[in-house]
Write a protein that binds this ligand. Structure first.
Ligand SMILES: [Zn+2]
Length: 384
């Protein structure tokens, strides 16, 4: 490692304790720990555009080193540790121990530096790890078998590392099976309910990618939304963030009540749309809302929802999905040109947030590109 951008000096003490820097139980007394990432873990990155820096209130975070245009892929990572999800939770801890035992020392160190939310532990985790320790021999870096107190310490560290894994792991697919992995730089990205980036596992390239959803200024912090649905109300967001990551969000959307009104409106529009899509069997009666009666009304609502998301700065996959819904409704309403216009908008968002590698979304026209191609084919056959 000779490049400063590949090796960050991070102060792990005196943190505020919010995600993702760890202050709950650092394993090392060292003031600064080197965070290194093997260069082979990052591909398709012409230049390093982001780096880990200390923040005032959020521990560490990922920052832009220069201007980054909208739609740029800022990260393309392989996991430092990954596994297929087992059926039972106790099996997860067991598998983790086996994986951890085979992990290189620098990867273990990297993992240990990440945040562990104590709330993620389940009752079966501790016994599962104890059982693994009873059934396996554990050695130190020199191949010496650990005994007594050292073995106990190792078990404690493994439990915490398992907590780190649960706190920081993200969904991936391995050989078509659902799994999870921890990604070094990605794990350093903080949450905002108004994210400026989108993350996700790209099955086509087998990498975890992060794309910025708008132009980023130099030194601006990169934020993703840890929550799948950004348009949910503040109370619901706060509840999920506390339960899964153990922190309170102080982003602009959470601080400003006026912005919250936009979220409330979005949730209602979304509820009406979903209800319509499901045949109005789940009409949101408590709000005394009339269910949508026809495709024209549904298109109007979907269009309103998309406009609100744009005005709130929520360039997310939900926005792509909403444009896609508009496109489908326009097609049903026999307006092919409008359907194509919406499909182009959906594709623009998908390209921005995922990139061009979407072969894995080809099936059932799930990918916006394939949907647009289908509509263009229809147009050509109409003109012929
Ligand atoms: Zn927030």
């Amino acid at each position: 490692m000779d490049s400063a951008s590949h090796m960050e000096q991070l102060h792990m003490k005196d943190q505020d304790g919010s995600f993702p820097a760890d202050s709950t139980s650092p394993e090392s007394g060292d003031e600064s720990i080197a965070l290194s990432q093997s260069s082979s873990d990052i591909i398709e990155q012409p230049e390093v555009m982001v780096e880990v820096r200390k923040t005032d209130t959020m521990g560490v975070g990922l920052f832009a080193t220069g201007k980054i245009p909208r739609g740029t892929r800022v990260l393309s990572e392989k996991a430092i540790i990954q596994m297929i999800d087992p059926v039972y939770r106790s099996e997860l801890a067991n598998r983790f121990c086996t994986k951890l035992a085979r992990l290189s020392q620098d990867r273990i160190e990297t993992l240990s530096q990440l945040h562990c939310n104590p709330q993620v532990f389940k009752g079966e985790d501790r016994p599962a790890i104890a059982k693994w320790y009873n059934e396996n021999s554990v050695t130190d870096a020199h191949g010496q078998e650990l005994k007594g107190k050292k073995r106990q310490e190792s078990r404690k560290k493994t439990l915490r590392r398992f907590g780190v894994f649960i706190t920081n792991s993200s969904g991936i697919t391995l050989d078509g099976q659902v799994g999870r992995g921890v990604f070094t730089l990605f794990s350093r990205i903080n949450h905002s309910c108004v994210p400026n980036a989108r993350y996700g596992w790209n099955e086509a390239i087998q990498r975890f990618t992060v794309h910025v959803s708008r132009d980023i200024e130099p030194d601006e912090q990169i934020f993703i939304s840890y929550l799948p649905l950004t348009y949910e109300g503040r109370a619901k967001r706060a509840e999920q963030l506390e339960a899964n990551w153990g922190f309170e969000c102080a982003c602009e959307a959470c601080r400003d009540p006026a912005r919250e009104m936009g979220r409330v409106k979005m949730s209602i529009l979304q509820l009406l749309l979903t209800s319509y899509e499901q045949g109005n069997t789940h009409v949101p009666r408590i709000m005394e809302l009339d269910p949508l009666k026809n495709r024209g009304e549904a298109l109007d609502i979907a269009n309103q929802l998309a406009k609100l998301m744009v005005s709130e700065g929520l360039v997310t996959m939900e926005l792509a999905k909403t444009y896609r819904t508009c496109s489908q409704l326009s097609l049903w309403l026999d307006d092919l040109d409008e359907a194509i216009e919406y499909a182009e908008k959906a594709l623009d968002i998908e390209r921005c947030l995922i990139g061009p590698e979407t072969e894995h979304l080809r099936e059932d026209d799930l990918g916006c590109q394939y949907w647009l191609e289908k509509l263009q084919g229809l147009k050509r056959s109409q003109e012929a």
